[in-house]
Ligand binder design. Sequence first.
Ligand code: HEM
Length: 323
Amino acid sequence: MEVVFAVFVMTLLRGFHAQGLGGLEIGFYSSSCPNAEAIIRATVEAHFNKDPTIAAGLLRLHFHDCFVQGCDGSILITGASAERNALANFGLRGFEVIDDAKTLLEASCPGAVSCADILALAARDAVVLSNGPSWEVPTGRRDGRVSSKSEASSLPSPLDSIAIQRNKFMSKGLNDHDLVTLVGAHTIGQTDCLFFRYRLYNFTTTGNADPTLNQAFLPQLQAICPKNGDGSKRVTLDKDSQFKFDVSFFKNVRDGNGILESDQRLWGEAATSSIVQNYAGNVRGLLGLRFDFEFPKAMIKMSGIEVKTGAQGEIRKICSMFN
Ligand code: HEM
C-alpha cells in the first residue's frame, strides 16, 4: 500500500514538473536509454576535437530548428521543399554530428531518442565545450512530421530592424531580454561576407560605409571582404574570441564592432542596449558573469518552443527522413 502511494505521489510530482517545462522533463531517458546524454556528449566531443568550429554550427542548428515548427527536428529533413533548403538556412552545419549520434543511439536503444532532443542536447554540449555554462536540458521532445521551406520566413534576417527581430522573437514567446541573451550565441562562430558586406560599401546615400560600424575596424573587414570579391569568405562574429563562449561579443557590439547589422542594431535602441551594456560589464567584466547565468535560462525557454510531446509526432529512425 505504501509503495503504491509513493509511486502515485512520484507520478504526480513528475507530472507537475513536466507541466512546468511544457511537457518536457529533465532526465526523460533515464530508464528508456540511460546513456543517451553520454552518447550524444561523446559524439559532439569527438567532432569538436577534429573541428572546433562545429560547436557554433550545432548551436545555430538548434536555434533554426526551434524557430520553424518548434523544436521538432524539422530542420534535419532532406528534400527540395524541406525547411533545410530555405535561404534563411544557408550555411547551416553539423548535420553529420546529429546523424552519427543517432546511429549510436539506435544501436543502443532503438526507437527511443528523438532527433529533436539530440539537437537540444548537442547545442548544450557545444556551449560547454566552448568554455560556456552548462545546464540540464529538459527532454522528451518528439520529432515532427512536417518540414517546409516556405515556413522558414519566421527566422530572423541580419537585415531585420529591432522592431522586426522583437516581433519574430515575441511570436515564439521570447522577450527583449531573451533576444539579446540568445543573440549572445554570436560569441562563437562565423559568418559569410555576403551577410554583411553591404555595410562596408555605399551603405549611405553619400557612398559611405555603415556609420554605426567602428571606423577603425572597417578597413580590416574590407580587406577580408572586398567589394566584388568572394562572398563566401568567413569572418568571426566575435572578433576577439571566436572559440570562447564569453561576453566579448557584447563588448564588441557596444564598441561598434558588431559584424551583422542585426547585432549592431542591439546597441541602437535603449531597450536592448541596456541589456548589452549590462552583459558587457563596466566593472572589469564582473557584471559579465551574469551572461553565464542568463544564457542557460534563455536557452531552456527557446528549447521549449512549440515542442511535441506524448503521442504527438514520432521518434524518427533516421533523422533526415520521416518514418
Ligand atoms: C536576430 C537574430 C539572429 C540573426 C539575424 C542571426 C543571423 C545569423 C547569420 C546571418 C549568421 C551567419 C551564417 C553563416 O554565414 O554561416 C549567424 C551565425 C550564427 N548564429 Fe545567428 N542569428 C540570430 C540569432 C541567433 C541565435 C538566437 C542563436 C543561438 C541561440 C544563433 C547562433 C548562431 C551561431 C552559433 C552562429 C555561427 C554559426 C557558424 O559558425 O557556423 N543566432 N547568425
